[in-house]
Design a protein around this ligand. Structure first.
Ligand code: SF4
Ligand code: SF4
Ligand code: FES
Length: 866
């Protein structure tokens, strides 16, 4: 039902207020050609191909920019319209090179398709076509305008979708239109390249072959490809992708618009991040250790060895001596099967997926044990917020599409952004944010200073915040020394800045607090969570979203990859339910988390383990310790796609298919479960996860008869009380949201304590770890397109410190801590504060975790020029 009706080609069509003629027609299934229009961009009426005839209008109108009005009568294919479109095409084609046979857009070019429908078979142009010459010796006039993007100006039809996408949808500024008329050129600003994190979208949405990318061009004709629907696994936003494959190889990934998540724009990490699937260093055979060396074997030999050794160990040891670790990019089905194998067949609850954290509690555990209220937050809350607090997150690199939604709020709803972090991030530069850069490790002080300032503000309204006089006075009394002044001096943020932020929050009606990876990993998170909860309480309405680190971290928690609970966040009281489901006994001892598992191995209590799609040696925040401890195991089975640092320690390695080679579901940060098809068949002798786990279960004496994800899915849905769609096909375009357990907030404000970070004269720098440009986590370094943006690891150092240490860009430097040292070239980063060193965690050659000590609360390092 619309607000009113219009008539299009004799059919009555409903329209809603604010819709254009084009939108109303498209919604009713009536096609009107477009070049410059895109649903997420402001219409500009640049190309004129959408001209339509509207009764009572003296001239033809562009459908894309004409508002629909009650009773409008529109003709989209009248002789007058067709003639006008032919005229538009004649103008466009006057200078278009007509090099379709060698154009990569061939077969999916809007200009080709519209010309096929309306074009004339002659041209009145007598003069030679205008040509923008890039290289006299080349016919194609290709110009590389970014690490991945090539421009052919002669094919450009001046629709300006590309420049508008960069500005209006990606909120960047590295592409523009220069000169005028035929001479207009699409170019980055002088001395720059188009290299923003979303740059590939301009290629996808250029309606012609004027913008192409190295990834896809000249590799395969589009009509020979097969398309499959998948979901990106590089971050927990969960963008929807299409993989284009030919002869069992993926040739490109494009967006597959999901209105609830990505709205058709994806980041380059998702776009090019499929390339590692066909990397030549994939594991190609199972491997077993013989005489201390890993050698290739057969599946039969490897599985038999696991069976013999596990049986031997089980005859001497209880399930308590076994553990399992699983990576959080695995599917829900893999996670469910893995923990079921460990609990039911091996007999252990020592299972975890939180491999890179220096702390113990999960959010679920914090909710129940500390009484902090959890929130169900999603993209729709981001779309409704008038203020965002981004805490301990480099949102742009950790959650690129969430970052776009926040920026959308800033541009189109005038939302405010407050960033609280120990370094400046790209988000701050693009959102006019209030940037509160605190001294490392003092986030709690900054948060508490804001709360204190808010409680003293005339604007603070106890009634709307739900706090009583008693709550406020209890808070003030319990923190006699936590005054705004102390918070300012500990955090290094001025009292005025803290008070300004407090005022902004008090003026806001709808706040979303987004916490990122630095919040998740560090031991001071427990205090931070309480301080954030206080911040939430002083607002009229606020929600806290804890953004998990990996594409399926939420699925890992939901489907039981934690020691503390079974699938569906079910505690020990549900043991008998799972014994019924899994047809046999499961252990009832309390499982150990990642840190507990390593400690138990070190103490010789745990002797055998299974590590699935995870590399703790590379990411655990004490790499030397993880390495030494895992080496002690009597049997280590690693199931992975690559020879990881952890796999090198294994006694048996089983080659695992990647995300593209298996179907299944994942759960994004909102709790939205989405289905991915397998886009190619298993490569290099690998096997999909559920099949490997069923083979192991069968060998170890507990077959579940579920080697296909669809079979596992049926059971995991049963474990969740059949609350998910019954079949994969029923997921629909936007997936299905699962609700997290919530707990009523405790009344009053939480007690928190904060102190200045202790100084360390021997190791005076604080180590910050994050993502290099165009990388995320440890799965992006095998993607050649992404390596064009950042190809090598580096040591980021502030301008002040670089000067003090006489270090210039490119100098070789050594970074040392009590635990270890790493060496790489320096890069001077303007966003870093003095005494902060940044290391990317995306490269095998430079492992920041070698500098971390499990027992150290703060990671202190020193830097020396070599
Ligand atoms: S390069 Fe493509 S998207 Fe950009 S203005 Fe030209 S035709 Fe339009
Ligand atoms: S990395 Fe994240 S934001 Fe980028 S495409 Fe993948 S899911 Fe989307
Ligand atoms: S699509 Fe309407 S003017 Fe370009």
């Amino acid at each position: 039902m619309g607000d009113f009706n219009i008539t299009v080609n004799g059919t009555v069509v409903p329209a809603v207020k604010g819709q254009t003629v084009l939108q109303a027609a498209l919604a009713a299934g009536i096609d009107i050609p477009v070049f410059c229009w895109h649903p997420q961009l402001v219409p500009v009426g640049a190309c004129r191909i959408c001209l339509v005839e509207i009764e009572k209008f003296p001239k033809l109108q562009v459908a894309c920019a004409t508002p629909a009005a009650d009773g409008m009568v529109v003709l989209t294919e009248s002789p007058k319209v067709v003639k006008a479109r032919q005229g538009v095409l004649e103008f466009i084609l006057a200078h278009h090179p007509l090099d379709c046979p060698t154009c990569d857009k061939g077969g999916e070019c809007d200009l080709q398709n519209v010309t096929f429908k309306y074009g004339l078979d002659y041209s009145r142009l007598q003069e030679p076509k205008h040509r923008t010459i890039v290289d006299e010796k080349s016919t194609f006039d290709d110009l590389q305008i970014g690490p991945e993007i090539i421009r052919n100006q002669n094919r450009c039809i001046h629709c300006y979708r590309c420049t508008r996408i960069v500005d209006e949808a990606c909120f960047e500024d590295d592409l523009g239109a220069y000169q005028r008329g035929y001479h207009t050129e699409i170019l980055p600003p002088p001395n720059r390249e188009i290299r923003n994190l979303y740059s590939g979208n301009v290629v996808e949405y250029c309606p012609v072959g004027a913008l192409t990318n190295d990834d896809w061009r000249y590799k395969v004709r589009v009509w020979l490809t097969r398309q499959a629907k998948t979901v990106c696994t590089h971050c927990p936003d969960g963008c929807n992708l299409t993989h284009w494959t030919f002869h069992n190889k993926i040739f490109r990934a494009t967006s597959r618009p999901n209105e609830s998540i990505d709205r058709g724009f994806i980041c380059d990490i998702g776009r090019y991040g499929y390339q590692y699937v066909s990397s030549s260093d994939r594991l190609k055979q199972p491997m077993i250790k013989k005489n201390g060396e890993l050698v290739e074997s057969t599946w039969e030999e490897a599985l038999s060895l696991i069976k013999t050794q596990v049986s031997e160990l089980k005859s001497k040891l209880s399930g308590n001596a076994f553990f399992g670790l699983i990576g959080e990019t695995s599917t829900n089905e893999e996670i469910y099967s893995f923990q079921r194998l460990l609990r039911r067949v091996i007999g252990t609850n020592h299972i975890d997926s939180r491999i890179n954290r220096k702390r113990r509690l999960s959010f679920g555990e914090e909710v129940t044990e500390r009484g902090v209220a959890s929130d169900q937050v999603g993209f729709k809350d981001i779309d409704a917020a008038d203020t965002f607090v981004i805490y301990a997150s480099d949102l742009h690199s950790e959650n690129p599409i969430t970052a776009l939604r926040v920026k959308r709020g800033v541009r189109y709803r005038d939302a405010k952004v407050i960033i609280i972090n120990s370094r400046l991030t790209h988000m701050g530069a693009r959102t006019g944010a209030a940037n509160l850069v605190h001294k490392p490790g003092t986030g709690v002080a900054a948060l508490t200073g804001i709360v204190d300032a808010a409680l003293s503000s005339a604007r603070f309204d106890k009634a709307t915040s739900g706090l009583t006089d008693q709550n406020v006075s209890e808070f003030k009394q319990s923190h006699p020394d936590i005054l705004l002044a102390k918070a300012a001096s500990v955090s290094g943020i001025s009292e005025a800045a803290l008070s300004d932020v407090a005022e902004t929050l008090l003026k806001s009606s709808n706040v979303v607090i987004l916490c990122g990876s630095d919040f998740n990993r560090y031991p001071f998170r427990d205090e931070e969570l309480l301080a954030l909860d206080n911040l939430k309480r002083i607002c009229k309405a606020a929600k806290i979203a804890i953004l998990p680190e990996n594409s399926n971290s939420v699925g890992a928690e939901l489907f039981g990859a934690y020691p503390s609970h079974y699938p569906g966040w079910k505690g020990i009281s549900s043991k008998s339910k799972f014994e019924d489901l899994w047809r046999g006994p499961i252990p009832d001892f309390t499982g150990k988390d990642m840190i507990g598992i390593l400690e138990a191995i070190n103490d010789d209590e745990i002797e055998c383990g299974f590590i699935y799609n995870a590399d703790p040696v590379r990411v655990f925040p004490d790499g030397n310790y993880a390495d030494a401890v895992l080496e002690k195991l009597k049997l280590l089975v690693v199931i992975d796609s690559f020879m990881t640092d952890t796999a090198r320690l294994a006694d048996v390695i089983l080659p695992l298919s990647t995300f593209a080679e298996t179907e299944g579901t994942r759960t994004n940060w909102e709790g939205r479960i989405q289905y991915s098809q397998s886009t190619v068949k298993p490569m290099f002798g690998s096997k999909p996860g559920c099949e490997v786990l069923e083979m192991l279960a069968e060998r170890l004496g507990g077959s579940f008869g579920q080697s296909r994800p669809v079979e596992v899915y049926r059971e995991l849905n049963k474990a969740l009380g059949d609350s998910l769609p019954a079949r994969y096909e029923m997921f629909g375009a936007e997936g299905a949201i699962v609700s997290r357990p919530t707990q009523q907030a405790k009344p009053g404000l939480n007690r928190v304590a904060f102190n200045a970070m202790p100084s360390n004269s021997e190791y005076p720098f604080f180590l910050v770890v994050g993502n290099a440009d165009h990388h995320r986590g440890i799965d992006t370094e095998r993607n050649p397109s992404l390596l064009k943006f950042t190809g090598e690891p580096f040591v980021g150092i502030s301008e002040t410190d670089a000067k003090g240490l006489m270090i210039s860009d490119g100098d070789l430097v050594r970074v040392e801590s009590k635990s270890g040292k790493v060496v790489a070239n320096a890069r001077v980063l303007l966003e870093l504060s003095s005494k902060v060193v940044f290391l990317p965690e995306n490269f095998r050659e430079l492992r920041p975790n070698l500098l971390m000590g499990l027992k150290e609360k703060f990671d202190h390092v020193k830097v020396t020029k070599m």
